[in-house]
Design a protein around this ligand. Sequence first.
Ligand code: GTP
Ligand code: MG
Ligand code: ZN
Length: 300
Amino acid sequence: MSLLGTVLERDGAVYRVATAAGEVRAVLRGRTKRETPKVVVGDVVRLEPEPGGALCGIDAVEPRRSLLERRVPEGRGARPVVANVDQVLVVTATRDPAPIAQLLDRLLVVAEANEIPAQLVINKVDLDPGDALARRFGRAGYPIHLTSARTGTGLDELRDILTGRTSVVTGPSGAGKSSLLNALQRGLQLRTGEISRKVRRGTNTTVGSVMLPLDAGGFIVDTPGFSEVGLWGVNPRALAECFPEMRPLLDRCRFADCRHVSEPGCAIRAATERGEIDADRLASYRALLAELEAEPRDWE
Ligand SMILES: Nc1nc2c(ncn2[C@@H]2O[C@H](COP(=O)(O)OP(=O)(O)OP(=O)(O)O)[C@@H](O)[C@H]2O)c(=O)[nH]1
Ligand SMILES: [Mg+2]
Ligand SMILES: [Zn+2]
């Protein structure tokens, strides 16, 4: 009798898997050992209890709804990081630390490049209402959620969008991600007010992703180094498609291969001059474009 489960974490050859009957530990077996795709965190797997053993066998991987991939700089293709992510929540503070719009744009582009819907959480509204941020990203087309982990503002709304889905929560250090999650999920006790992830990132060792089940249903994914996921290898030509407010205008540029930098007849620049696209978003687009164009052209 086989059982379905969701892979929460990998520890060497052993996977921690959540099933309706509780958590089990499992190893790859036969077919899943040899075959690609390799099992990653977030995968829904079919388990076969090992007779008399403490470990289950993973017999099959269910088809994936989505896949967040880390593209490898040396042109070695892409490495799967997390499967079945439904949404990315980019969290920023209104202040302390000061929001950096361009960094938020980058995180949103990473989500778009992986074809995962993104939303913006503007936290610490007890310190500043965050109007300018809400306007900038709202105009770009992103759903906005105003929260305060300190006062509880917006937490019901945040709980609603997390429930029943698998969400990557990302954003700059100090934005309040851990504080928000602790406020939403009893017993989570993530450490706050320390720069935990930075330390791990600095060592250059890739720490795997972890999924945290929510009591209300759904999972939160902690993916170290999300900002390094996904931008490598994005075709510069496809970058403008990762800006939702630019997408509907792209076929109106005079040249089909318009980079929206200095080309004549550019519909994006015209819309920016008319005030329909935020000039600062276009500036972010150009900064990311320059970065991508400086990369080796693995994707060609
Ligand atoms: N005033 C105020 N402070 C907050 C709020 N949310 C979090 N903080 C504080 O901001 C600091 C950073 O919060 P964390 O939850 O650790 O931030 P983080 O995003 O998890 O940071 P990293 O784990 O380093 O990425 C802590 O001192 C929190 O107490 C809020 O809504 N309002
Ligand atoms: Mg944290
Ligand atoms: Zn153009």
